[in-house]
Structure formats: structure tokens, C-alpha cells
Design a binder for this molecule. Sequence first.
Ligand code: SF4
Length: 237
Amino acid sequence: MRAVAEACRSRGLPIRIGVNSGSVEKKVLEKYGGPTPCALVESALNHASLLEKTGFRDIVLSIKSSDVETTIRANEIAARECDYPLHLGVTEAGTERTGIVRSAIGIGSLLREGIGDTIRVSLTADPLREVQAGVDILKALGLRGGVKIISCPTCGRTKIDLISLASKVEKRLADCRKPITVAVMGCAVNGPGEAREADVGIAGGDGCGLIFRKGVVVRRVPESELLSGLMQEIENL
Ligand code: SF4
């Protein structure tokens, strides 16, 4: 332990202590009757104290569980009991759909409370989706800039393929760092008004569509030009 601490200290590297439900020491498990939030925290702090004895304090704690509630409670306790930076994540969160939901609730609840310094979304999916999900969690909480896309759920008034249009808009704006809100709405009757808070947006019509800014229509274009028209409008912002 001392040698590891020395090696890290001389290189200016922090040490991350990772504890999850499967790695809690036997005696701690017996004390708490299982991998409870308190057991996870105690285990992490036990490891930290071994490093502290060598005088090393450049420590990050990563306390994870595959159970969302346990992850939240454990990190709340850790935040109260120590001042080490916390790395957040729900471990073994599952496949893309369920994993994103569980990670967003677990990580998002803690960040919302001001707890957590770094995050990791783990999914049984392409690692790129993990990064995108992490960015989306930060954006949803207003902790990272970039484009916020709002889009309507579609209804009987929708006459265009809004679902594919919205996902095209999302892809085209994935790397745009402008702090703007973009609306993709299904109809001209309610769209611009419903998305009044958007900086810019489009509303589908029948064979054509509208481009609007702050709820006010600025242009009417053929349906096939809605996407390019919107991008042009965003470039001009
Ligand atoms: S914006 Fe128009 S299409 Fe979309 S849900 Fe509202 S009424 Fe329906």
C-alpha cells in the first residue's frame, strides 16, 4: 500500500477507491447483514484510512451498486461523512434502454443534490452510447451547455414524419455547443405557440412547414427543406 501511495504521490496521480456490492469485506457485510449503503461507505472509508495512514489523501471514492436506491443512499452518506471527491455511477445498469433510465435516476438524483464530481454511465451497449447518455444527464440538469432539443409527442394533427425529423435534428446538432433551445413540432396550429420558449424551431404542415423564432413564424418552406432551413437559421443565431 505504501509503495503504491508513494508511486502515485511522486507522479501526482490520485487513487480511486472503488467499492460495489460485491466487493465489501466479509466482516463489514456481517456487521450490516449485507451490502447496505452504510456497509458500502464503511468499506470505502476503511480502504481510504489505509492510504491516509501513509499520509496519502489524493483519493476519489467510487461507491456503486446495481441497485439505484442503494447507490443514491450510499453516496449521500459518503458526502456527509468525508470530503473526498465522489465518482458516481450505477454499476451493471443493464441494456441501453433500462440502463440509461437507471443511471439517469441514480446519477441525476445525486447531482441534483450537489453530490458528485465525476460520472460514468455503464451500459451493455456501445461505449459511445454511455458517453452520450452521460452528456445528456448533465445537459438535462443544466450542468453542461449545448443545444436543448424539445419536440412534441405528435398527435392526429401531425402530417409529417416528425419522429425521424427530430432524430435527424438531434444528430445534426450533437456537436453544436450553442446554448440554445431548438423545437421540433408536429403542426403549425399549436407548434410555434407551444414552443414559445425555444430560440428557433420548426413546425410541420401538410407538404410544407414553418420555421419560427421565439414563437413567431419567420419563414414557410417546403417539407423537404425543413431540416436544412432550420440548420441555416441556427447558423445565423
Ligand atoms: S404541436 Fe401539434 S402535432 Fe405536436 S402534439 Fe401539439 S398539436 Fe399535436
